[in-house]
Design a protein around this ligand. Structure first.
Ligand SMILES: [Zn+2]
Length: 142
Protein backbone atom coordinates (compact mmCIF):
# COMPACT_ATOMS: atom_id res chain seq x y z
CA UNK A 1 0.00 0.00 0.00
CA UNK A 2 2.88 2.38 0.78
CA UNK A 3 4.44 1.75 -2.64
CA UNK A 4 1.15 2.44 -4.36
CA UNK A 5 0.72 5.69 -2.41
CA UNK A 6 4.25 6.74 -3.40
CA UNK A 7 3.58 5.88 -7.07
CA UNK A 8 0.37 7.90 -6.94
CA UNK A 9 2.14 10.87 -5.34
CA UNK A 10 5.17 10.88 -7.63
CA UNK A 11 3.21 10.36 -10.86
CA UNK A 12 0.37 12.71 -9.92
CA UNK A 13 -2.26 10.08 -10.60
CA UNK A 14 -5.24 9.19 -8.40
CA UNK A 15 -4.55 6.25 -6.09
CA UNK A 16 -7.31 4.04 -7.47
CA UNK A 17 -6.27 4.73 -11.06
CA UNK A 18 -2.62 4.03 -10.20
CA UNK A 19 -3.62 0.68 -8.70
CA UNK A 20 -5.07 -0.41 -12.05
CA UNK A 21 -2.48 1.12 -14.36
CA UNK A 22 0.80 0.04 -15.86
CA UNK A 23 3.97 1.96 -15.03
CA UNK A 24 3.76 3.41 -18.55
CA UNK A 25 0.37 4.96 -17.87
CA UNK A 26 1.58 6.30 -14.51
CA UNK A 27 4.62 7.87 -16.19
CA UNK A 28 2.39 9.34 -18.91
CA UNK A 29 0.42 11.03 -16.15
CA UNK A 30 3.66 12.59 -14.89
CA UNK A 31 4.57 13.68 -18.44
CA UNK A 32 1.14 15.35 -18.81
CA UNK A 33 1.56 17.06 -15.44
CA UNK A 34 4.95 18.49 -16.45
CA UNK A 35 3.71 19.45 -19.92
CA UNK A 36 0.79 21.32 -18.34
CA UNK A 37 3.16 23.04 -15.90
CA UNK A 38 5.37 24.17 -18.81
CA UNK A 39 2.32 25.22 -20.84
CA UNK A 40 3.09 22.72 -23.60
CA UNK A 41 0.35 21.15 -25.68
CA UNK A 42 0.55 17.44 -26.36
CA UNK A 43 -1.20 16.21 -29.53
CA UNK A 44 -4.18 13.94 -28.94
CA UNK A 45 -2.62 11.40 -31.26
CA UNK A 46 1.04 11.31 -32.27
CA UNK A 47 1.45 12.95 -35.66
CA UNK A 48 5.16 12.58 -36.14
CA UNK A 49 6.17 9.84 -38.49
CA UNK A 50 9.64 8.40 -38.49
CA UNK A 51 12.18 9.63 -40.95
CA UNK A 52 13.44 7.24 -43.60
CA UNK A 53 16.25 5.00 -42.39
CA UNK A 54 18.49 2.58 -44.21
CA UNK A 55 18.61 -1.04 -43.10
CA UNK A 56 21.86 -0.49 -41.17
CA UNK A 57 20.39 2.62 -39.51
CA UNK A 58 17.34 0.60 -38.46
CA UNK A 59 19.61 -2.09 -37.07
CA UNK A 60 21.65 0.46 -35.10
CA UNK A 61 18.56 2.32 -33.90
CA UNK A 62 16.69 -0.71 -32.64
CA UNK A 63 19.24 -2.98 -31.01
CA UNK A 64 17.28 -3.41 -27.80
CA UNK A 65 18.63 -4.95 -24.65
CA UNK A 66 20.49 -8.18 -24.29
CA UNK A 67 20.27 -10.59 -21.39
CA UNK A 68 22.94 -13.22 -21.07
CA UNK A 69 21.42 -16.58 -20.24
CA UNK A 70 23.36 -18.60 -17.72
CA UNK A 71 23.71 -22.35 -17.85
CA UNK A 72 22.03 -24.00 -14.86
CA UNK A 73 24.51 -25.20 -12.27
CA UNK A 74 26.53 -24.24 -9.21
CA UNK A 75 29.31 -21.67 -9.71
CA UNK A 76 31.88 -19.87 -7.60
CA UNK A 77 33.62 -16.56 -8.36
CA UNK A 78 30.39 -15.10 -9.71
CA UNK A 79 30.08 -11.38 -10.33
CA UNK A 80 26.96 -9.35 -10.90
CA UNK A 81 26.72 -6.01 -12.62
CA UNK A 82 23.76 -4.09 -11.34
CA UNK A 83 22.92 -1.16 -13.58
CA UNK A 84 20.40 0.51 -11.30
CA UNK A 85 18.04 2.61 -13.34
CA UNK A 86 20.45 2.67 -16.27
CA UNK A 87 17.83 3.38 -18.92
CA UNK A 88 16.08 6.26 -17.09
CA UNK A 89 19.46 7.69 -16.11
CA UNK A 90 20.61 7.73 -19.73
CA UNK A 91 17.32 9.39 -20.72
CA UNK A 92 17.80 12.03 -18.03
CA UNK A 93 21.53 12.68 -18.50
CA UNK A 94 21.34 12.83 -22.30
CA UNK A 95 17.99 14.68 -22.33
CA UNK A 96 16.28 12.06 -24.49
CA UNK A 97 12.68 13.10 -25.05
CA UNK A 98 10.46 13.36 -28.11
CA UNK A 99 10.48 17.14 -27.76
CA UNK A 100 14.29 17.35 -27.71
CA UNK A 101 15.06 15.13 -30.70
CA UNK A 102 16.24 17.05 -33.76
CA UNK A 103 15.44 20.49 -32.35
CA UNK A 104 16.14 23.46 -34.59
CA UNK A 105 18.13 25.41 -31.99
CA UNK A 106 21.03 22.92 -31.58
CA UNK A 107 21.36 21.57 -35.10
CA UNK A 108 24.89 22.85 -35.58
CA UNK A 109 26.24 21.58 -32.24
CA UNK A 110 28.69 18.70 -32.42
CA UNK A 111 28.55 17.13 -28.95
CA UNK A 112 24.85 16.29 -28.90
CA UNK A 113 24.68 13.64 -31.61
CA UNK A 114 23.13 10.21 -30.98
CA UNK A 115 25.95 7.62 -31.05
CA UNK A 116 25.99 5.46 -34.20
CA UNK A 117 23.18 7.59 -35.67
CA UNK A 118 25.04 10.91 -35.74
CA UNK A 119 23.86 11.65 -39.27
CA UNK A 120 20.18 11.27 -38.26
CA UNK A 121 19.63 12.52 -34.73
CA UNK A 122 20.77 15.14 -32.27
CA UNK A 123 19.37 16.16 -28.88
CA UNK A 124 18.62 19.61 -27.57
CA UNK A 125 21.16 21.12 -25.18
CA UNK A 126 19.22 24.29 -24.40
CA UNK A 127 15.94 23.09 -22.90
CA UNK A 128 15.07 20.02 -20.85
CA UNK A 129 12.49 17.67 -22.41
CA UNK A 130 9.25 16.53 -20.81
CA UNK A 131 10.45 12.93 -20.43
CA UNK A 132 13.79 14.01 -18.95
CA UNK A 133 12.08 16.43 -16.58
CA UNK A 134 9.67 13.73 -15.46
CA UNK A 135 12.41 11.15 -14.95
CA UNK A 136 14.31 13.71 -12.89
CA UNK A 137 11.35 13.74 -10.51
CA UNK A 138 11.36 9.95 -10.31
CA UNK A 139 15.14 9.53 -9.93
CA UNK A 140 16.03 12.52 -7.80
CA UNK A 141 12.74 13.31 -6.05
CA UNK A 142 10.87 16.55 -6.06
ZN1 LIG B 1 18.02 22.71 -29.03
Amino acid sequence: MEGLAELSRVCRIPLQLASRSTIGKCLSSLYFYNAHKKDILIPWKPITSEIFKSFSDLLNADKGGFVFESKPGAYNKVAEFDFISLYPNIMLRKNVSSDTINCTCCKSETDNKVPELEHLYHLCKKRIGIVSLSLKTVLEGD
